[in-house]
Design a protein. Structure first.
Length: 213
């Protein structure tokens, strides 16, 4: 059992109370960039709100979604539009040990999931997932961030500390600080081609392309 099983049914409502529609807008901001993709890998999609939209936008793509939580996977499967069911597969897997294959995917999505890993884990996962992407592949990323300075920084630090406290308490999350995921993805050879910023810089959503694509 994953600790996230315990929050699967209330996750959506907690999010709306805390941030309104900001997270969902961040998840969906760059989905149109994947409209022509054939094979898309989704990591830790939780209750499936990104996939429900992705399946509509990328109308011909095969989508494979992995998550560590059975309850989250169930929620995601229920949310999927009926017409997309034969194109989407769900599997319980830990991204830290998942093998994405070699050049198997046109795009990978990591939305609010790399923040569940330590920085060393993010480094290893990014290297592995990058190997799974085809040349010209895209990486859609969304996560929390701490702005450089001022009240925005203070606000983000307080919110993010509260979020880690909550997920440590309810979901047994072992991590308690944000990894430098954006820097790690960039260092792996990806270039941000579109950036969407919300909640005074605390929520960032980025569409990356592999350098030299
Ligand atoms: C904070 S929730 C985010 C869910 C969703 N991506 C979103 O945009 O809200 C983190 C999700 O990632 C999953 N997760 C956490 N660590 C994981 C891992 N190592 N491998 C696969 N999934 C993981 C959890 O089960 C949960 O569904």
């Amino acid at each position: 059992m994953s600790g996230f099983d315990r929050v699967a049914r209330i996750y959506r409502w907690l999010e709306y109370v805390a941030f309104g529609s900001s997270l969902q807008r961040a998840r969906t901001a760059h989905l149109p960039a994947l409209a022509d993709c054939r094979d898309i890998l989704v990591i830790g999609d939780g209750d499936g709100r990104a996939i429900a939209q992705l399946a509509v936008v990328a109308a011909h793509a095969r989508i494979h979604s992995i998550d560590m939580s059975d309850a989250m996977l169930r929620e995601a499967a229920q949310r999927l539009p009926a017409a997309a069911r034969d194109r989407v597969t769900f599997a319980r897997a830990d991204v830290r040990t998942f093998d994405p294959g070699h050049h198997a995917w046109d795009a990978v999505l990591t939305m609010f999931v790399l923040d569940c890993l330590t920085e060393d884990e993010v480094r290893r996962v990014v290297t592995t997932l990058a190997g799974g992407l085809r040349p010209g592949g895209r990486w859609l990323f969304a996560d929390f961030a701490i702005p450089e300075r001022g009240w925005r920084r203070l606000r983000a630090r307080v919110w993010i500390a509260c979020l880690y406290w909550f997920f440590r308490w309810r979901a047994d999350l072992a991590v308690s600080r944000l990894p430098a995921s954006e820097a790690i993805i960039t260092a792996a050879g990806f270039v941000p081609v579109a950036v969407d910023v919300r909640q005074a810089g605390m929520i960032r959503s980025i569409c990356y392309e592999r350098e030299g694509a």
